[in-house]
Design a protein. Sequence first.
Length: 173
Amino acid sequence: MPTQIEEIAAVSAAEFAARIRERARPLVLRGQNAGWPAVRIARESPVALFESLRQLDGAQALSTMIAPPEIRGRFFYTQSMDGVNFERRPQTLGESIDQILAYAGTPRAPTVYVGAVPCDPWPAARRQESARQCRAMNSACVGMDSAVRRTVSRMFLSACSSVAESVASASGS
């Protein structure tokens, strides 16, 4: 039976440092990132979020993974362990965004994953805000063991999947 994970409302940085950082146990901080620019934009619409990400496109080819619907977003090795269940393709971020949006509303659409985007194309103000958010996230990860970090990573990927599903729902209505 899964363990219940405690949930609390958002906390200040000082409260986090005093009460939570040393816990080294999973905890859901409901609404903690509500003020982040990406969260605010995503609340407008999933398409607005993807369009805002388009400004990061520095026109360089990024390592993009594309997988058939059958894997349901679980990138891994093939059953025979002699390859992988996805295709790597160099694409710009804009091309990947176009591809994701083109799949919106498509039942059983392929999964598109862009692993990392260099921050250089970001405007200076966005870069500073993102650096602040990354520092906050890194602080939140202090004391986490590797299993917890993997869980956080899966939660992030799951959140990305939810955004893609929302895009599909929004365009179907």
